[in-house]
Design a protein around this ligand. Structure first.
Ligand SMILES: Cc1cc2nc3c(=O)[nH]c(=O)nc-3n(C[C@H](O)[C@H](O)[C@H](O)COP(=O)(O)OP(=O)(O)OC[C@H]3O[C@@H](n4cnc5c(N)ncnc54)[C@H](O)[C@@H]3O)c2cc1C
Length: 408
């Protein structure tokens, strides 16, 4: 699958990692992780820290799947508002999901701190505004629900938003001070290189997994080069291509668009460089980068065929530019590069983490949705605990038991 095209900013900013280490012999280990994106990298970090024996395998260069295209906003707020999610899965479960995402941002920060991986992690506030007058009611309802559960949030009026962020919006908005932004490509490559060095981790790149054959006590992972890896457990962190390993498709794949601007004079950016997103569906979202550039994304389409997706890139970028200029008419804004990618969301906004019913030795760590990266952290913790015989109370909220109701 062609996961992205155009020019994803991060690969150009960091330059592509020249790491070439295909599997050239049969191999044996306890756990095979499929995928070197941010999900696989965080997974391996947890496994190595717990002293579990593992290796990682990827058909591409390290982290050049969706993680290289990610705009990487880290928010505790999920695509489905808490008040709506509570109606779908119950208030307790919805609050557990929101709290898990809040904790996940701090956990990602700790992982980067403890490994010394410099991945542009930056704490910034996040503003979620009502796109229309009609959505003001939803924003207020969401505010009450989050307040009730002591989640960090404040309600700002239209004038307050204009004064504080120089941003002209139709109605009110919710602000929280607990969000962050990151460079997901750098985080994934940095973490894997750290564990290669520290733990002798084997990362087999340019090696596709053809099939995982279940055997007594584990799996034999068969590669496209004809080699086999014998293991006790497989963890699928294959992102939007994980469908190949699932008994049936669980996601409708979609397309999404993003651009990065020329650097802007820091004084011309909005105060606090908060993340910005809105109630519209699909929503527009905005962040800054360490080099004072602006990233704008959104304009999702409900199909994923790469040719159709790519044909729309130019048109979608014009729309994103127009929307940005409407919000910030005074910021001199010029697009430097743009890209598009495959994306997916679930009906309840939550990822699928755990085992497929009846397949106890194959874990799926699929952090889909606008919070894919925070979900990756949660998935890594839940699965690592499970492998150590420990239960995690969050697993019931993210598990595959929901598949009939919330899968595609
Ligand atoms: C434009 C865009 C913007 C986004 N913005 C945000 C955001 O702001 N915040 C957020 O949290 N999330 C965001 N996301 C989602 C987030 O980027 C993803 O959830 C995350 O990157 C997925 O990481 P991953 O490691 O699971 O997948 P990937 O990065 O795709 O890694 C999976 C890896 O598995 C490998 N693989 C697949 N199949 C096989 C096989 N058969 N054999 C061997 N290897 C295989 C692939 O080569 C790939 O390298 C965005 C995504 C896109 C595209």
């Amino acid at each position: 699958m062609d996961l992205h095209s155009g020019l994803p900013y991060w690969v150009i900013k960091n330059s592509l990692l020249d790491y070439f280490h295909p599997l050239k012999d049969d191999f044996s280990t306890d756990i095979v992780v499929i995928g070197t994106g941010i999900t696989g990298a965080l997974m391996v970090h947890e496994l190595c820290n717990a002293g579990l024996k593992c290796c990682v395998i990827d058909k591409r260069s390290i982290a050049t799947g969706s993680s290289a295209a990610s705009t990487a906003l880290l928010q505790y707020e999920i695509d489905v508002p808490l008040c709506r999610m509570a109606e779908m899965i119950g208030e307790d479960n919805a609050v557990t999901a929101y709290r898990a995402c809040l904790q996940s941002i701090s956990d990602i920060e700790k992982v980067l701190e403890s490994t010394g991986v410099e991945a542009g992690f930056e704490r910034v506030p996040s503003l979620f505004y009502a796109s229309t007058q009609k959505d003001v009611k939803l924003v207020k309802e969401e505010y009450e629900m989050r307040k009730k559960h002591h989640l960090p949030v404040s309600l700002l009026g239209k004038e307050e938003i204009k004064e504080r962020y120089k941003l002209q919006v139709p109605g009110c908005g919710l602000l929280n001070e607990e969000s962050a932004q990151i460079d997901a490509y750098r985080a994934a490559t940095g973490l894997l290189l750290y564990h290669i060095k520290k733990d002798g981790l084997e990362v087999f790149t340019h090696t596709g997994v053809k099939e995982c054959v279940e055997k007594r006590g584990g799996y034999v992972v068969e590669t496209d080069g004809g080699y086999k890896i014998k293991c006790k457990y497989v963890i699928v962190a294959a992102g939007f291509e994980a469908g190949k390993f699932l008994p049936r498709e669980i996601m409708d794949l979609t397309s999404t668009y993003a651009l990065v601007s020329h650097p802007v004079d820091p004084g011309e950016l909005w105060p606090e460089h908060c993340l910005i997103w809105e109630t519209a569906d699909p929503y527009l979202y905005i962040r800054t980068t360490g080099g004072n550039r602006i990233i704008v994304g959104g304009e999702d389409e409900e199909f994923c065929e790469p040719e159709r997706r790519d044909a729309l890139l130019r048109k979608k970028i014009r729309i994103l530019e127009k929307k940005f200029r409407k919000l910030f008419p005074d910021i001199p804004f010029k697009t430097e590069m743009a890209w598009c990618g495959t994306f997916s969301t679930t009906k309840d906004g939550l990822p699928f983490i755990g085992t497929w019913p009846g397949k106890k030795r194959m874990f799926f760590d699929l952090g889909y949705g606008g919070n894919g990266i925070t979900f990756s952290m949660i998935g890594a913790q839940i699965i690592c605990k499970k492998l150590q015989g420990l239960e995690d109370e969050r697993s019931k909220v993210f598990g595959y038991e929901r598949i009939e109701k919330y899968g595609s």
